[in-house]
Design a protein around this ligand. Structure first.
Ligand code: MG
Length: 363
């Protein structure tokens, strides 16, 4: 089953609220969308957000990578030889993990549709439903408390709290949120590289001393500061989740072997798609390291792909797939069902999205 065409387009969706982390503020989702056409007439969909501060990928760079490098490398190949296609995709250029992820998921989508099976079943079929957290943006304390209470009211019992912009305030932020939401809500804390190793240890120990019961702290220190990450992991009781520090399967192995973090955050935009994410899952399984599946500011297309990976792989025990919940627009038809905190897989073949509404395709 030959790959006959790869087309790109743009998707712009309003967010329900501005999305703020230690690294950036975003008001609209502006992503590149991809459709891969097979000789059987079926189409697979993919998506990539321009997360320049994390992956280095921008809208022009994503479009150029797909049109000038990836498409010429894989067009005409037999999709049923999936490993060979993925190897060629990876070898089309270095870096550029977001455009690779967009095309990778569109290929997996088309592969699943061609085989007539939902992708998560082809990826291992470990579960049929799971719960996602919801992200609370970093803001003044009272606003964060209000947002956390609103999220709990919408049925989210796991919250990911963004901190790291002002280390002096961070313990106060988390303490106020814990007090407001009560003990039953799970709290994840994401510093997005906002602390030094010394600050991380003192902030996390302060949260431990106050009994704030934090499930994990995500990426406390700079992405490439493996020594700092390892030092924090060794000095606190709260589990540490590596995010910006882990892109490739090689990064994951390095973190596992040096015990630089307790858990790994897998995002398709960092790994370059599902095929490399599966390699990270394999290494994690071998070493008993739990994984969380995350997303960037992505619409339902890329988040649905991540949901299939999560449902396929038992080693992914935590999910941060709140992209569709952050958008103000209605859900697209087909694929996994996003209903508040619950994501339930459907029997639709491939990733399952039936139509990408509102996309401007360049033909
Ligand atoms: Mg993170």
């Amino acid at each position: 089953m030959r790959i006959t065409d790869i087309q790109v387009g743009r998707l712009s969706l309003p967010l329900a609220h501005p999305f703020k982390t230690a690294l950036r503020t975003v008001e609209r989702l502006e992503d590149v969308v991809v459709r891969v056409v097979g000789e059987n007439g079926l189409v697979g969909y993919g998506e990539a957000p321009p997360t320049a501060v994390i992956t280095g990928d921008t809208i022009p760079s994503i479009l150029c990578a797909i049109e000038e490098y990836i498409k010429p490398a894989i067009a005409g190949m037999d999709l049923m030889d999936l490993d060979a296609v993925m190897e060629r995709l990876d070898g089309s250029m270095v870096h550029n993990t977001s455009p690779k992820a967009a095309v990778d998921m569109a290929l997996y989508d088309l592969w699943g549709r061609t085989l007539g099976k939902p992708l998560y079943q082809l990826l291992g079929g470990a579960k049929t439903a799971f719960e996602t957290d919801l992200t609370i943006s970093v803001n003044p304390v009272d606003e964060m408390v209000r947002d956390a209470l609103e999220a709990r009211g919408r049925g989210f019992s796991i919250l990911k709290i963004k901190v790291g912009k002002d280390p002096a305030l961070d313990v106060e932020r988390i303490a106020a949120i814990r007090k407001a939401v009560g003990p039953a809500v799970k709290l994840r804390v994401d510093a997005n590289q906002g602390w030094t190793a010394a600050e991380s240890v003192s902030i996390i120990k302060a949260m431990e001393d106050k009994g704030l019961n934090i499930e994990l702290v995500e990426q406390p220190v700079a992405a490439r500061d493996f020594e700092g990450l390892k030092a924090v992991t060794a000095q606190v009781d709260t589990p540490i989740l590596a995010d910006e520090a882990v892109f490739s399967p090689a990064d994951a192995l390095h973190i596992i072997e040096t015990h630089a973090a307790d858990y790994l955050n897998i995002k398709l935009m960092k790994t370059g798609g599902i095929h490399n994410a599966l390699k990270i899952c394999e290494a994690a399984k071998k070493n008993g390291v739990k994984c969380l599946i995350g997303c960037m500011l992505e619409s339902q297309i890329a988040v649905a792909a991540a949901a299939h990976l999560c449902a396929g792989q038992g080693i992914i025990t935590m999910a941060d797939l709140d992209g569709p919940s952050l958008c103000a627009s209605p859900l697209m038809p087909g694929g996994p069902v996003f209903d508040g905190a619950m994501i339930t897989m459907s029997g639709d073949p491939g990733i399952g999205i039936e139509a990408v509404e509102g996309a401007q395709w360049q033909c």
